[in-house]
Design a protein around this ligand. Structure first.
Ligand code: FAD
Length: 459
């Protein structure tokens, strides 16, 4: 049962036009880390492996641009002086040696580019209170890349894993994501990520019904009662087993009964943060004349990450730019704007990096989504910490815990939140749990799905 008119959820490839080969961009998931085994396994099983290709990520394209506090420079040109002129205070404090200051400035730039406002603040506080002193104790020279004076954060964390523990908890947890997002072995699916969800949907041996909005779940001794809205009518149906993959941000707005207190607390307390993306369908890939053929630029002026396509999908000159990818407070700000104003805001901010975007006729079209406003996810992704940015282990178990024959899956139920891998991993676990559940084991049909019975209209 799918509430929205489309399948795929937070995998959403937007195509500018109809038919194959039209320019597209990803409004949801866009990268697959090399060790996301389940995603890659399903890509293989759906015979899509030949479409896997490298995803060029943030800081990988040295011609990409950084705009920090009004100053604009190429990744390849960032020197200590350049960063020093951007950041004040600690980064110019001569008590610390040059390498410490440059390393800290780079570390801040990486965190600023990828994380949300709360985590940026965590880093500021950590640097001020003790992280600069910690860095000063370490020989940082081996972690500066050769000619381009970027830092190798991966090698650094590998050599000094305990450094993470010195960071605030939420920052420590998010560093895992930062390491993945800046790694050099990410993939993308040429032609669009929705090829995976579409193929999986075709492979499911049962009807998938769209426009069935689940509005209530009632746990009974002998199953689960599911109520949903369809074409303005309320239906209800008794099910032996239910696997619920609805995000908790949506589930907590529903009528839930028979749930235990810990489960309800987990449903209500799971924290989601905002994510917003804006795509521009451009007349031509004007960034290529600056030597940019993929990767991402960064602007601290509210639009954050700007991703360039690194593969060509269509025969024309047209190209799709991910003009802004934000999370957290930046995403909320963009999400509050009407779509037209959001596009204009992004266009103006982007023009300070790429003036060509203001050329008449350069933007054919735009598509954007503020995932917090999207009815079917009411947020970007769940995060593994509480509202006060602390982490609680017990929480996880309650999030994923079944309630009699109501089982749960989705990225929020996994230890790898905010990744497709987590959704699949949790779904496999839930299916296993259903299979070994004792009282109703005969209801599991292997090989052929149970026939779908219609719901009973209520009233
Ligand atoms: C902007 C963004 C970028 C991302 N980038 C990446 C990336 O690069 N790589 C990566 O691996 N992951 C990425 N992710 C995360 C990834 O997209 C998600 O973790 C994953 O798709 C979530 O899958 P899910 O099945 O848990 O939830 P969803 O995909 O949200 O599925 C939930 C489904 O439930 C439906 N639903 C909701 N309410 C109801 C209701 N009342 N009744 C019936 N149906 C309902 C929804 O319509 C939806 O289809 C990104 C996410 C976002 C938002």
């Amino acid at each position: 049962m799918e509430g929205s008119p489309r399948i795929g959820g937070r995998v959403w490839t937007h195509r500018f036009g109809r038919g194959s080969g039209v320019p597209y961009g990803e409004l949801g998931a866009m990268r697959i880390p090399h060790d996301h085994k389940y995603v890659l396994d399903y890509i293989h099983e759906m015979e899509l492996s030949h479409k896997l290709c490298k995803f060029v990520t943030m800081f990988e394209e040295h011609n990409a641009i950084l705009r920090i506090r009004g100053k604009v420079f190429r990744v390849r040109d960032v020197s200590e002086m350049a960063l020093q002129t951007c950041y004040q205070g600690l980064f110019q404090d001569k008590r610390y040696n040059e390498n410490t200051r440059l390393f800290a400035a780079w570390f801040k730039t990486i965190v600023d580019a990828i994380s949300c406002g709360e985590l940026r603040e965590c880093l500021e506080q950590d640097l001020n209170s003790h992280l600069m002193d910690e860095l000063e104790k370490i020989d940082l020279q081996p972690f500066f890349n050769g000619q381009v004076k970027t830092i190798d954060i991966h090698a650094f964390i590998k050599a000094y894993p305990h450094f993470r523990e010195k960071c605030s908890t939420a920052l420590d947890l998010f560093l895992g994501d930062i390491l993945v997002e800046t790694s050099h072995d990410l993939f993308q699916l040429q032609g669009g990520m929705d090829q995976l969800t579409d193929s999986l949907a075709k492979a499911v041996n049962a009807p998938i019904r769209c426009n069935q909005e689940v509005v209530a779940l009632k746990i009974l001794d002998n199953g689960v009662e599911v109520s949903w809205l369809e074409s303005g009518r309320l239906y209800t149906r008794h099910c032996d087993y239910v696997l619920c993959t609805i995000p908790f941000s949506v589930l907590r707005q529903m009528n839930l009964s028979g749930f235990d207190d810990n489960k309800l607390a987990a449903i209500h307390n799971t924290v989601y943060w905002a994510a917003t993306k804006v795509l521009f369908h451009c007349a031509r890939p004007f960034w290529q004349k600056d030597g940019i053929f993929g990767g991402a630029s960064f602007s601290d002026e509210g639009i954050r990450q700007i991703y360039y396509p690194s593969i060509k999908n269509n025969s024309s000159e047209e190209s799709v730019l991910l003009a802004s990818y934000t999370i957290g407070n930046d995403a909320e700000n963009l999400g509050m704007m009407p779509e037209r104003d959001r596009n204009i805001y992004v266009q103006n901010a982007l023009s300070k990096i790429h003036p060509e975007i203001q050329t008449k006729g350069m933007i054919f079209n735009a598509a954007s989504i503020a995932w917090s406003n999207y009815k079917w996810s009411a947020g970007g992704c769940s995060v593994p910490w509480n509202h006060d940015m602390s982490y609680e282990h017990r929480h996880y178990q309650d999030i994923a815990k079944s309630q009699k024959t109501l089982f749960f899956a989705g990225e929020h139920c996994s230890r790898l939140t905010a990744w497709m891998e987590g959704s699949i991993e949790s779904a496999l676990q839930a299916v296993y749990d259903i299979a070994i559940y004792k009282p109703f084991t005969p209801a599991i049909c292997v090989g052929k799905a149970a026939p779908f019975t219609e719901g009973v209209p209520v009233g």
